[in-house]
Design a protein around this ligand. Structure first.
Ligand code: ADP
Length: 628
């Protein structure tokens, strides 16, 4: 029975692109079709391991040209497709690569079709070179065979047929040659071999094509005549997966191409990591840090993990057990000889080999990062800009458990040097007598510069780390100290910076000013305490948070809908003239004193970027004072 169906709009859009493509590397269609064939064989092989009804075979992919009929045929003996699968898979866009491609060009006024090759556009890319195609297929799942035919325009046909082999055969009727494009090339023996080598060398199944061979010489042969030849079906690809090859055999370009194909990126990776381990546990891993984070890096819906192969057979696309969550941005695969082929998801969680591999993979990545930090600082900065947050979360989320592994990979902006530095670089430049590592919250140097608490730190010449990410302070609290130097917030902590004599003087003053401080506190019901400050030089006052919860953390947690409020402490500078003025006022005009006290408190809050609880009262107060 023959059925004609229309392509869905989205599919049509992609088809139009392909048919009208002026893309210069149309040759990538072969890579796409071979990759589909290889996936189909993977699927069949995997099914055959778990289902005895499904036979294995001598797996192969054939690429055959027929110059008389101007066709190119790609045949695989993989899973094949049922009728339903034919319609679902080829009648609509199944793949994210194609979708991503469409989305990308949809946003551009003059789409740059030259980017086609950078996406895995899959099956439809065949229409860049074919005016018509037929897909014969027989599914190992239901033994039925069907053919799908399309000219790529509006519709396709699906029909029963007698295709006797399990698997799929795609016949491309090549387009007519034009001035710009010679489609005959795709039927040229040498060209076909080149394309297979170039794009599909690592495919694990033999890719065969007909190759001209010279007949052995015969005495009777006339020397003057052309030598006789015959054709032999020959395997073209080396089949050794790129990750099994020796590092020295693989060029950077090959590695980059492999990455781009496999993980559907259009840029080379920032860097790649090759791991070969032999011994108690034998495995290879190939890991890549994408140049730019994938759009789904922070999405919880997206499964994370590395691809898992065992003995070269593909097992699982996203094995999350292979990589810690904070390294979720790493793409790659692990191929182990020590795992059973039929390992299930449940077994993975318990498997000791997997645990061991995961821990080595983590170690490898971190040591590579540390190498880049040391030797290629600029590249590391580029890396950290996009992925630093992940490492910071790695420290925070594990309650500092990963401190030893991760703390030396963190870089933060230095106030003194106005560039990113490590904790170790901070410590190296600590001043004589400096005990702590100081930090301030602020979006940049200019913001931190204005904090009233900075005066004293600046006077000492101490450096201050500028924390601008929400997670930064949480991270520092998780690791607490570096090389026994405690982290101190200049916004919050007692910095211990003034000299002993001065400190003693303030302690004594505290006693004599007890009543004044008490009435100050009374005037400010929202404040936990009012104290004399040991960290102010020029500013009249500042507000600090008591206990572990800082204002910054309060802000971050509130943004996540947590009901929290840090305890507020108002610190007064006893050396500031306003101190004496207020002291006088407290005794003569209670009402006026209350107002000024509140104004000062709001001033301190604003410097911390906190709005007053009652802005109306503040505004009223301000107007009254201005009227005086
Ligand atoms: P992708 O391969 O990335 O999913 P394609 O558009 O290339 O996207 O193919 C769509 C789907 O069609 C595939 O996911 C697969 O299920 C099916 N398919 C394509 N080629 C074959 C094939 N040779 N054998 C079996 N199934 C295939």
């Amino acid at each position: 029975m023959k059925e004609t169906k229309k392509f869905k709009t989205e599919t049509k859009k992609l088809l139009d692109m392909m048919i009208n493509s002026i893309y210069t590397h149309k040759e990538i269609f072969l890579r796409e079709l071979i990759s589909n064939a290889s996936d189909a064989i993977d699927k069949r092989h995997y099914l055959s391991l778990t289902n005895t009804n499904i036979p294995t075979a001598d797996y192969e992919i054939k690429v055959e040209a027929d110059k008389d009929n101007r066709t190119l045929t790609i045949t695989d003996n993989g899973v094949g497709m049922t009728k339903e699968e034919l319609e679902n898979n080829l009648g609509t866009i199944a793949k994210s690569g194609s979708k991503e491609f469409l989305e990308k060009i949809a946003n551009e006024k003059t789409p740059d079709v030259d980017i086609i090759g950078q996406f895995g556009v899959g099956f439809y890319s065949a229409f860049m070179v074919a005016k018509e195609l037929e897909v014969y297929t027989k599914s190992v799942n239901d033994n039925t065979s069907h053919v799908f035919k399309s000219e790529g325009l509006e519709s396709y046909e699906v029909e029963d047929c007698d295709y006797n082999e399990y698997g799929t055969k795609i016949v491309l009727h090549l387009r007519d040659n034009t001035e710009d494009d010679n489609y005959d090339n795709f039927m040229d023996e040498y060209e076909i071999r080149q394309l297979i080598k170039k794009y599909s060398d690592y495919v694990r199944y033999p890719i065969k094509t007909w190759v001209t061979k010279y007949d052995p010489k015969d005495d009777k042969d006339d020397e003057s005549k052309e030598p006789k030849t015959h054709l032999e079906l020959e395997t073209i690809n080396s089949m050794i997966p790129i990750w099994k090859k020796n590092k020295s055999e693989v060029t950077d370009e090959e590695l980059n191409n492999f990455y781009k194909n496999k993980f559907m990126d259009y840029q080379d990776p920032l860097f790649s990591i090759n791991v070969n381990v032999e011994g108690m546990l034998t495995y290879n891993a190939l890991l890549f840090i994408p140049k730019k984070p994938f759009y789904d890096m922070y999405s919880d819906r997206q499964d994370k993990g590395l691809q898992l192969y065992t003995k070269g057979v593909f097992i699982l696309d996203k094995c999350k057990e292979l990589i810690p969550d904070y390294l979720r941005f790493v793409k790659g695969l692990v191929d182990s000889a020590d795992l059973p082929l039929n390992i299930s998801r449940e077994m993975l969680q318990e498997d000791r080999a997997i645990k061991k591999i995961a821990s080595n993979v983590e170690k490898k990545i971190l040591s590579e990062l540390s190498r880049v930090l040391k030797n290629e600082r600029e590249k590391y900065e580029e890396f950290f800009k996009d992925y630093g947050l992940n490492l910071k979360f790695g420290l925070y989320e594990n309650y500092g458990e990963k401190k030893d592994k991760l703390q030396d990979l963190i870089i933060l902006k230095s106030y003194n040097e106005d560039k990113n530095i490590t904790f170790s670089e901070y410590v190296e430049k600590m001043k004589e007598g400096q005990k702590n590592i100081y930090y301030a919250i602020g979006k940049d140097k200019a913001a931190v510069e204005k904090l009233p608490q900075m005066d004293l730190v600046k006077a000492k010449g101490y450096d201050v780390l500028i924390l601008s990410d929400d997670v930064d302070e949480f991270m520092l609290q998780a690791i607490k100290s570096y090389n026994e130097k405690e982290f101190k917030s200049i916004n919050q902590d007692d910095l211990g910076l003034i000299d002993e004599e001065e400190s003693k003087k303030i302690d004594e003053l505290k006693e004599t000013k007890k009543d004044f401080l008490a009435s100050f506190k009374e005037a400010l019901p929202g404040v936990k305490d009012v104290v004399l400050s040991k960290k102010l030089v020029d500013a009249p006052c500042c507000v600090t948070a008591d206990g572990g919860l800082s204002f910054e953390m309060e802000r971050v947690l509130k943004a996540q809908n947590h009901e929290v409020k840090a305890d507020r402490i108002l610190e007064l500078n006893p050396n500031h003239p306003i101190f004496a003025k207020l002291e006088g006022l407290a005794n003569v005009d209670k009402d006026e004193f209350n107002k000024v006290a509140n104004m000062l408190y709001v001033e301190a809050l604003l410097q911390e970027g906190i709005l007053p609880d009652d802005p109306q009262a503040f505004a009223k107060n301000l107007t009254e004072l201005l009227m005086k």
